[in-house]
Design a protein around this ligand. Structure first.
Ligand SMILES: *[C@@H]1O[C@H](CO)[C@@H](O)[C@H](O)[C@H]1NC(C)=O
Ligand SMILES: *[C@@H]1O[C@H](CO)[C@@H](O)[C@H](O)[C@H]1NC(C)=O
Ligand SMILES: *[C@@H]1O[C@H](CO)[C@@H](O)[C@H](O)[C@H]1NC(C)=O
Length: 162
């Protein structure tokens, strides 16, 4: 029985770990509960519902100066390249919550063919923050892969701008 249960747990873990695609390291995403070192398919990288992966907002985890340039550091944790209609990643900010208006901070970052889905690709993208303070803004990174077999991946970080 124990052996069966362990087997079942393993299968569930393997099944779960088949879904992991975008993780935001800095500023840290909400619930940054990835394993260290992070592997491809980490569950923390699978957030797909709504603008912020349906993860509730919290207190700011980073404070930046208005108008400053920051490096946003994230990982495409699985590569879902879709040759027929290549996708992209982008970075944006909302001053009015998860369902507010997101303003693009980065250009679209073209997806690329890694030839192997489990490829992990780190990105460090400098972006200029708006010259406008906020007590609680939402910085969002998306991976829109345009792959009909996949959803859109989003990660949000709660930040403040002074
Ligand atoms: C969002 O999360 C809540 C709480 O975990 C859950 O009840 C709800 O079904 C989720 N909504 C979607 C669209 O996944
Ligand atoms: C990507 O970033 C993660 C998290 O910091 C790190 O563990 C990993 O070594 C990095 N990978 C590469 C190829 O730099
Ligand atoms: C993913 O996002 C794009 C751009 O906002 C949208 O056009 C598309 O319908 C979304 N796809 C899914 C599966 O939600």
């Amino acid at each position: 029985m124990l052996k069966y249960l362990l087997g079942l747990i393993l299968v569930l873990q393997l099944t779960n770990s088949a879904f992991g695609h975008l993780c935001l390291f800095d500023p840290p995403q909400r619930n940054p509960n990835w394993a260290v070192p992070i592997d491809s398919g980490d569950n923390a990288c699978f957030r797909v519902r709504g603008n912020c992966g349906n993860v509730t907002s919290g207190a700011p985890v980073a404070i930046y100066n208005a108008g400053s340039t920051i490096n946003v550091f994230f990982q495409q944790n699985y590569n879902h390249w879709y040759a027929e209609n290549p996708g992209f990643l982008d970075i944006s900010i909302s001053y009015d919550g998860d369902n507010g208006d997101f303003t693009l901070l980065s250009p679209q970052i073209d997806d690329y063919n890694a030839w192997d889905m489990v490829t992990q690709t780190n990105y460090t993208v400098p972006v200029s923050l708006p010259n406008k303070p906020c007590k609680n803004c939402v910085l969002r990174v998306r991976y829109i892969c345009n792959n009909p077999a996949e959803p859109n991946f989003t990660q949000c970080s709660d930040i403040a701008i002074i």
